[in-house]
Design a protein around this ligand. Sequence first.
Ligand SMILES: [Zn+2]
Length: 341
Amino acid sequence: MSVAPPDLRYIDIQAPAEGRLAEVAPGVHWARFGLPFRLNHINVWLIEERDGLTIVDAGVADDRTKAQWETIAGNLGPSRRVERVVVTHHHPDHCGLAGWVSQRFGAPVAMSRTEWMLGQYYLHDGTPALRDVNARFYRRAGYPAGFFDGQDVLFTSITQEFPSEYQRLAAGAATAPGGDWAVMTFGGHAPEHVCLYSAARKVLIAGDQVLPVISPIVGVVPHEPDDSPLDDFLQSLEALRQLPPDTLVLPSHGQPYLALHARLDALLAHHDRRLAELLDALASPSDAAALTTKLFPDVGPGFDRIFALSETLAHARCLEGRGKACRNVDSDGVEFYQRTR
Ligand SMILES: [Zn+2]
């Protein structure tokens, strides 16, 4: 959903062509890779550290992405060693090719523990156990059986050789020994999403946590149906407010920008608005399927609707947590939401 504030300031730099690098800050290089989705690109960063290069994110596992990495490897030359491949979170546009990139450059993958474990979990995409979890989730939301059949292998279809071992990135640590990129971790979009911040450069490698134009998906997932990720996300916006207002933000999608605080305000206002819209829709009891259609009237079928459902549920859980909405289950196991006052 597009929520760009009018005062968002982009820096004056063009997105690099495929296989090229653009230096966006001292020692910080930007590469852009294509994605086979409506969101058609991902930004990847190569940062010069004391011990060599750190790559941040890898793109999806397809031939086009591999070819682009080969071009970048050729441009780097043999003297530039890659020391680690940081993956911000477990979504396949970020981690899909991480195992392959790690092998290609002979460098370990570094992730937060939760994100690595979630990647391991999603390797079971499409197995009977996970299909059952998904089916129960959609049923509780009010969709007829089979409504989303065939929509449960997104992760494995664009992920290859997800790493079986990794180096853990914990909040507060540096990516490299003695390095000045500090790991920050946040919930909401993913449970332990890694951002990297360099105080010396006032640069934040933000992943999907704060994107410039779109609001990152904050959604309830089938294996944690009662979780409230929007509360985690709103907390992350407050935590990021501790960074200087003129921080240069390097997002995974869109253009690098300044005015971090304006962006945090816009994301906060967006979610406040969506919470108010949902509360209005809860004047009479509704299941999540009907609420999703109300909140996202133009959404298409398949994954887009699944994402819309997960967002709708995230806002519903937040209202429940604030005591503004409650849930009742009918005899078919479908959950109905209603405002409490
Ligand atoms: Zn993501």
